[in-house]
Design a protein. Sequence first.
Length: 453
Amino acid sequence: MRRTMNRPTIAFVAALVTALPVAAQDSPPPAVSHFTLDNGLELVVIPDRRAPVVTHMVWYHTGGADDPNGQSGVAHFLEHLMFKGTAKYPAGTLESAVNELGGQLNAFTTADITVYFETVPPDALGQMMDIEADRMHNLVLPEEVIDAERSVVLDERRQRVESQPGSILAEQVSATLFQNHPYRIPVIGWAHEIEALDREDALSFYGQHYAPNNALVVVAGDVDAEVVRQMAEDTYGNVGRGPELPPRARPEEPPAQASRTVTLRDARVSLPSFTRNWVVPSYRQAETGEAEALDVLSAILSDGAQSRLYQALVVEAGIAAQARTSYDGGAFDYGRFVLYSAPRPGTTLEALEAAIDTEVDDIITNGISETELNRVKTRFIRSTIFAQDDQVSMAQTYGLWLTTDRSIADVAEWPDRIRAVTADDVKAVAAKYLRPATAVTGYLLPLAEEKAQ
């Protein structure tokens, strides 16, 4: 039911970015309402009356990068513990209520946020709000619950990380890519630090970060904004304001001075592959237009059958089994640009790397064509229209943008900023950020295979 993400996954971020509402000439944006209660809680309501369903999401402005030193994984650990109930709503109450209604619920932790959500019939929204408001302040954590859930988290780490060579490599690449910033630490935590987490650690983190003035509630679906606002006043409005948290001031990442490589050889690996990773600005950090240009650059390289890498490496040269890129711009602090590829049998990783470098260098040197640029823009804008049919994606979009210091207006204006990206903008960000001298490359190899073989 619950899932963990070190950073928002490629698919997750892509869904959030492409779910953004489109400009007026394509489709009218939803009539979004934005309130702030007296206790500091933010509330966003997105009416969508096409189906008798509502999605209710609680976003806390805290995640794995806020874990205290030596307590990696405590934010994610607390996410698990939040389902252990209160005196008013004992463990299992929320799950039973949602299941009886035929609804869905989930939660996830990233480096920057922790989110809980339910999708239920509209007449159950008040009950969901009351349960979430109650566990925002009144969580009950007996010692035996701590011990049992710690074992669950350790088992989750074994299944999702330690049993999967690709996950092990990704963890080690992150630890190398970020030299000073806490994004280098896995959200689920290092095993030896998870083992040491106790009740006091969880309650201390809970008391510091779980409060109305550190939370955003997003409601999307068959609802009226004023009715939802009153429900929020009657539930969340009764929770006392928490301690005033200072602005997030995480350690800054120093400029990269050298390329680095991380190699993992494992008997469980049958197909070699590699990733190339760069620290780049997130949407929140980037200079005007750079984040949008990075999104377009990633799409030109690997979005669809007409993309540069697919055409050059899969169709024409026939040397790649897979080739894709991603731009993770949804982080609170630094973004990441990732290139991933795996060769077809008979092709070495070195040959594949050289071919990919040629494609990237061509964009840096010669830029892109207007045809490529317009194709990608059209795909982006079309995706925004289709995404409005998914209320969960819409709720996620607004939640992500508002928890990274953006506004409702920023969401609505995003398609126009994509339209404004030029070919020169794409060439500029490629030259500025995709330099081999600053990349971290990860190699995943079969046990007995050398990189060049």
